[in-house]
Design a binder for this molecule. Structure first.
Ligand code: PLP
Length: 402
């Protein structure tokens, strides 16, 4: 006997992970060049030099035990002070160590926030599509319910009016992920202001704050000067979940934080509830060495690397006739699946060309595939003839690829 929900989660297949595992298997059998793996958001560019230097410095420390001991559950005080000072400079908001809770990446941060906000079974969390599929898991862990707001086409912004119509007295939180996985869209300030206005009105109507859960692991990954506004300045009841997985190329090292800013209603109590939720979920402290590394290294991601991949892939695919969303941020390219069946296209790309792209059905956007272009440029170069052959194949079947 075991927990049935846990069993179902463990036994259900994640399309992304399955494609990635398939790619690993084929690479082991036939060599690296046998597949073009665009499945996982695993950066192929190394961590920034400042981060590598911090690792080297700590590795050479003559007091290693100081680096490997438990820290406070919320994270080392000095580390949190450093992060608070950094964010204060970035946002203009006076933030202090007590506003931070360090976690092993964004996933546990988001899970703890959802858990803390779930007052009773049936409490609702809403995400505008397209959304990161794990939100459904994070929202339901404490008995909550996940609801998807249909995507607003063609711009993939947030339909604030429709969001307002979805809100009920059971609504506790709304996820905002910008830059967005899988669309690469960066929500505009105007759009976020519309969302904030709706949530303010609805919070008043339902008699409790509806929190924005701002998930921003791609915050620094923006191109052409796109703005990622600091959400608590737009909507005070915002909790920010951040991760260094993408910006510092450290996805396997697991480090991130929850920021509950002083603008949040009852921020002290909410922070305590998040700490309690994390404890309930088995958190002891975020990896200590990683805490010290991210505090020691203030760095930027290698935007030029991603930007070059973005342009190469977008230009090549659109000139074959594919319809793609030009990403303003993150490192994902959304492409309309020829024929409209994303699962069928993904399967065909995999079996015919060894190209691994993720159908977006699980992201709440059927008919599209996600191409993670955080790969080595050689993978993109190698994939282009395959994408072209697929376009020719679909056309030969009388299917317009636009
Ligand atoms: N949120 C989004 C939108 C993501 O794309 C990811 C990872 O891909 C996560 C959260 C989880 O990030 P982490 O590796 O920090 O747990």
């Amino acid at each position: 006997m075991w927990n049935q929900k846990a069993f179902e989660r463990g036994n259900s297949r994640s399309v992304i992970r399955e494609l990635f595992a398939y790619g690993q298997k084929i690479k082991a059998e036939r060599g690296e060049e046998a597949v073009c793996d665009f499945s996982l958001g695993n950066p192929a560019t190394p961590p920034p030099e400042e981060v590598l230097t911090a690792f080297r410095t700590f590795a050479a420390s003559d007091d290693p035990m100081a680096l490997h001991g438990y820290t406070a559950a919320e994270g080392d005080l000095g580390v949190r002070k450093t992060l608070a000072d950094r964010d204060t400079r970035r946002t203009g908001e006076p933030l202090t160590a007590e506003h931070y809770f360090l976690t092993a990446g964004a996933a546990p941060a988001l899970t703890a926030v959802c858990y803390a906000l779930t007052v009773g079974a049936g409490d609702e969390f809403i995400a505008p599509a397209p959304y990161f599929p794990e939100y459904a898991v994070f929202s339901t862990v404490a008995g909550g319910v996940f609801r998807a707001l249909p995507a607003r086409l063609p711009d993939l912004g947030i339909d604030a009016e429709a969001l307002g119509e979805m809100i009920t007295p059971a609504t506790r939180g709304v996820f905002i992920n910008s830059p967005n996985n899988p669309s690469g869209v960066v929500y505009t300030r105007e759009n976020l202001l519309e969302v904030a206005a709706v949530l303010t009105e609805k919070s008043r109507e339902v008699g409790h704050p509806i929190y924005l859960i701002c998930d921003e692991p791609y915050r620094e990954l923006v191109y052409d000067g796109a703005e990622v506004p600091y959400l608590p300045a737009i909507y005070p009841a915002t909790v920010v979940c951040y991760s260094y997985s993408k910006s510092y190329s450290l996805p396997g090292d697991r480090i991130g934080y929850v920021l509950v800013p002083p603008t949040c209603p009852e921020h002290g109590e909410l922070r305590a509830a998040i700490a309690g939720a994390a404890r309930t979920l088995g958190h002891v402290c975020a990896p200590a060495l990683l805490q010290y590394v991210v505090a020691a290294a203030e760095a930027k991601p290698d935007l030029a690397f991603y930007d070059a991949n973005r342009r190469t892939l977008y230009d090549a695919l659109t000139s074959c006739g594919y319809e793609c969303v030009f990403p303003a941020g993150a490192f994902y390219l959304l492409c309309r699946a020829p024929g409209g069946d994303a699962k069928a296209f993904s399967e065909e790309a995999k079996t015919r060309e060894g190209i691994l792209v993720v159908p977006c059905d699980g992201f709440g956007l059927p008919g599209y595939v996600r191409i993670a272009y955080c790969v080595a440029p050689s993978v993109i170069a190698r994939s282009l003839s395959g994408f072209e052959r697929l376009a020719v194949l679909y056309r030969s079947r009388g299917i317009s690829i636009k």
